[in-house]
Write a protein that binds this ligand. Structure first.
Ligand code: MSP
Length: 514
């Protein structure tokens, strides 16, 4: 069976993990986990981009070897994945042999087939972004500050014949409007391709940059950043080996909008085409998290690092927040106030209280065993109808990458269960001696428990820890797959539930926001 293969960008090793990295991993994880729930055999890759000038320079400044810096970063980024409960199957580092080997094999193939040539090149070079710039990158005759120092240099280098594939790429993009999600990003690529495409310089003289993969056909050069980094998507799954066929083409490359044009939408498709490797099925391009300093400041004036929130409130609260607030493709502002309000109202209040209420009442009125639902009156009918609608729309929303709306609907269902509890008022029914009321009471408790169960099954891709915890509290073992577990059923009948636990407590850690 072909795997559902999904990747994130690989992060630069010379920086610390930040909100943007965390978001991308969560987004990809939500897709990976939801696909597993749909029965797909998922392979989820993330990793670290370790070569290049910046790593070499940073290591030099710190008086350590580049690989030491990368080892440190690898610890930090793997730590981030662990803290966020990211379910990646693999973590690739571009300094690993398995990667270097494939990069060299690919370069050799393209060189042998005449797609790479050597030429002298004079251009304006920015060491900060490790790229030659174009005249039109200037603003009013000046190089913008983001490029740092820009110097004119002449050197011999190797070039990849990018330009000759321009017409092919335009045609491909026009014929495959779903290649890039959201679609408006595809239009930006076509806009970029209106200008003639230059061949791509793919090397750096080793004397200037030693921290890279040597070209197999000229060891005086190392390959330049994109030809190294992009190849991770195929090196990790063994391009050239038999197993490659069961992974490739990738189903999604998840990336941020800054690395769509030109790397992922122009260089990568052309590199693959030239090498005779099929293209990935789709690029999923997310927007950026912006941080307004004002909003991130606590009343005391301290600025909160969003990643600290994982420690204070747990991975699921963080995962919920970024998935709930970001409309995939758009930008979003990270605000602490909003985080706290979602934590308190959606998680602690709507979901957390519902779970403890349900468990409490089952404990009090049914000795901790979920009773049978023997009636179906108007309140039950309404709740069930809402569930069927929620379930159906969730499937569509997941397919359309509308995770924020899917969560909104799930929480609308959770609030409806809370309202159902108010309407049925089991605490009142418990006082009645009437047989019909006893049935209503039992039905209400069974319905509450089933509503809770279904909600957490639906929430599992976003809040895996919470889903499993609630499942155990309900006397069940493991959330497995959506087709079966999202069915309104009576599997809880006769199950012994646990005493309630506080799922979303006030943070105890010092320095946590209130
Ligand atoms: N190493 C390259 C990618 C190579 S992929 C073959 C790189 N690394 S990065 O560390 O700068 O960025 C990694 C990912 O994080 C990118 O997809 C980028 O868009 C994303 N983000 C970086 N800052 C971000 C935000 N503020 N918000 C959301 N995502 C952002 O680029």
């Amino acid at each position: 069976m072909k795997k559902f293969y999904i990747t994130t960008a690989i992060d630069y090793a010379n920086g610390k993990p930040h909100l943007g990295h965390a978001y991308e991993k969560v987004l990809t994880d939500v897709i990976a986990r939801s696909r597993r729930m749909m029965g797909e055999d998922v392979h989820f890759l993330t990793g670290l981009d370790e070569h290049g000038q910046k790593v070499q320079q940073t290591a030099q400044q710190r008086g350590i070897e580049p690989i030491e810096l990368c080892d440190e970063a690898s610890g930090d980024f793997r730590g981030l994945c662990r803290d966020l409960e990211i379910s990646n199957d693999d973590f690739i580092r571009t300094t690993e042999d398995r990667h270097k080997k494939v990069v060299r094999r690919l370069l050799q193939k393209l060189y042998d087939e005449g797609r790479i040539y050597k030429a002298e090149y004079t251009g304006y070079y920015s060491a900060r972004i490790e790229q030659f710039l174009r005249e039109r990158d200037q603003v009013d005759g000046e190089w913008p500050a983001e490029y740092g120092e820009v110097v004119e240099i002449t050197e011999s280098n190797y070039f990849f014949k990018l330009g000759q594939y321009q017409d092919w790429l335009v045609e491909f993009l026009n014929g495959n409007p779903d290649f890039i999600f959201p679609r408006f990003r595809g239009k930006q690529v076509l806009e970029f391709l209106k200008e003639p495409l230059n061949d791509l310089c793919i090397s750096r003289p080793a004397e200037r940059l030693s921290w890279g993969i040597p070209l197999p056909f000229d060891e005086d050069y190392v390959t330049y950043v994109w030809f190294d980094a992009l190849v991770n998507y195929v090196s990790a799954v063994g391009w050239g080996e038999e197993r490659f066929e069961s992974y490739w083409p990738a189903d999604f490359h998840v990336i941020g909008k800054d690395i769509l044009v030109p790397p992922h939408a122009v260089y990568w498709p052309i590199m693959l085409k030239a090498a005779g490797i099929p293209l990935p099925k789709s690029l999923l391009v997310h927007g950026w998290w912006l941080k307004s300093g004002r909003k991130m400041a606590k009343s005391t004036g301290n600025v909160v690092d969003p990643l600290d929130l994982i420690g204070h409130f747990g991975p699921d609260a963080f995962r919920y927040f970024v998935t709930r607030e970001m409309n995939v493709g758009q930008d979003s502002d990270f605000s602490l106030e909003l985080f706290m309000s979602r934590y308190k109202s959606d998680l602690a209040n709507d979901l957390g209280n519902l779970v403890s209420r349900a468990l409490n009442m089952i404990g009090r009125y049914c000795e901790g065993t979920v009773p049978a639902a023997s009636l179906e009156e108007e309140p039950e009918k309404e709740l069930r109808a809402l569930w069927e609608e929620t379930r159906k729309s969730s499937a569509e929303l997941y397919a359309d990458m509308q995770f924020h709306v899917a969560l909104e609907k799930t929480f609308a269902f959770i609030r409806a269960i809370n309202r159902y509890a108010e309407i049925r008022a089991p605490w009142k029914l418990a006082k009645s001696d009437d047989d019909a009321d006893r049935k209503r009471l039992e039905t209400a408790l069974a319905t509450l428990a089933e509503g809770v169960r279904l909600s957490v099954v639906l929430l599992k891709p976003v809040m895996p820890g919470t889903a499993e915890r609630v499942y155990r509290l309900l006397g069940l073992t493991e959330v497995r797959e959506w087709e079966r577990d999202l069915e309104w059923a009576s599997i809880l009948e006769g199950k012994k539930v646990s005493a309630p636990e506080i799922l979303f407590p006030r943070p105890k850690t010092e320095g946590a926001p209130e």
